[in-house]
Design a protein around this ligand. Sequence first.
Ligand SMILES: [Zn+2]
Length: 224
Amino acid sequence: MAASGVRLVLLGKPGAGKGTQAALLSQHYGVEHLSTGDVFRAAVAQGTSVGLEVQRYMDTGELVPDEIVIRVVDEHFAAGGPLEAGFILDGFPRTLVQAEELEQVLADHPLELVLNIEVPTEAILDRIAGRRVCVNCGASYHVNKRPTVDWTCDVCGGDVVQRDDDTEAAVATRLEVYDRQTVPIIDFYCNLGKLVAVDGVGDGDEVQERLIKEVDGRFAPGRP
Ligand SMILES: [Zn+2]
């Protein structure tokens, strides 16, 4: 049997750089990067019954309920998804119920590690509240890293603005919701002995090195 790849979950506050790190780790380990959004879009594109339900929630902008999120992930794995080959989950599980169900879904391919990227709230507020994006192409800037000409996008010449949901108050609310939902998940994985906290302060490469060191230190892929 071929050596199986790593099976990881990345946790981190909104703005902690989780999506970026998940993408880099999936390249490093050659495993699939599964974000909830990707899995949802795939289910919708395939037009499965659960995909149609997801579509309904996405259309109305409502949060997809736990039970449906789990079914989508379950079907993704059941349909020859990357259980054996390994994966990195990003944005899932989001609630304790999802975390508990995920253990059932994975059964004899359990998670190896849950990496919690820790960034102080102050730093997140600075990162997100300082963020500015191009309304046209989505290119991302920061009050400390502005476009060359005023607030005109370097890439496409579009207007660079602050998104409505990037204000300090909106970000603080998002962080509160995140904490409320995530503290029980962190306890859950801590009790399973799978949780590792990684310092998420610094540039992306530094954080990436810390994550890889933790994974390689506890799980050596390819070791016979
Ligand atoms: Zn632009």
